[in-house]
Design a protein. Sequence first.
Length: 272
Amino acid sequence: MPAEKENTSLDLLGIKPIGDAANTVIKKSFDGIEGFLKIVCAPALEEYGLMLKDKVRHWRLNNIYSILDKAKGKLEFENEHLQIKAHPRVALSIIENGSLNDDDEIQEMWAGLFASSCTKTGQEDENLIFIDLLKQITVCEARILKYACENARKIIYENGLIACDEFNVSCESLIEISGIIEIHRLDRELDHLRSLEIISGGFSIYDKSLMADIKPTALALNLYVKSQGYNTDPKFFWKENTITEAEWEAKFSKNEGVLNAQMLKDFEKYKY
């Protein structure tokens, strides 16, 4: 009876055969490193080997379940039926990489990517770009990304593209946002985000005040939108938080005029 119940249980993702195959792969992989473990740590092999294998597998399965459960909450159902599908290459990549994260904030982003990967045709693979980015960032970097994208002013240009205005924050604010209290680690995380072309700057060695340029790039804005479960044009997602190119230029010109007037005033004050 138990075996029959197991065979007739729901297999929504069709992964039971994969799970059975995975058990075989895990067994073979474990057998492959058994000799090495006997040499470097025999007691660990004997006492903790199988338990460790099970814990890792169960830990990843729990993470997968959490991500898929969150993704389900981001999708819209029609008459209690889901009318969209995800490309297998994208879905499996999200499951594979997302299962390595147990942080709730990161899982929410993986869930959003899964949800935004679902389309009517099930043939879209664009999110492979964002999977590759998300799997490379740390929890603290994700917090910086989230803060920058949510708070930087967006400019929509005449051609329809969206970019961000300059966005600088103090070191103290970044410490609070990221949870990183060590300045050198914070600098490394910003450098990494810049290397991924997620932010445009970071700290400057010439700035004694340690203001950081965390202006998100267009790529970062799109990553954020996709990780929220949205599959629409970014200009619609950000419509409540954008200004037009003309509005930005008018504001910039006004600020430049004020700045030039202040510089002239200061010059007149100190030139003698």
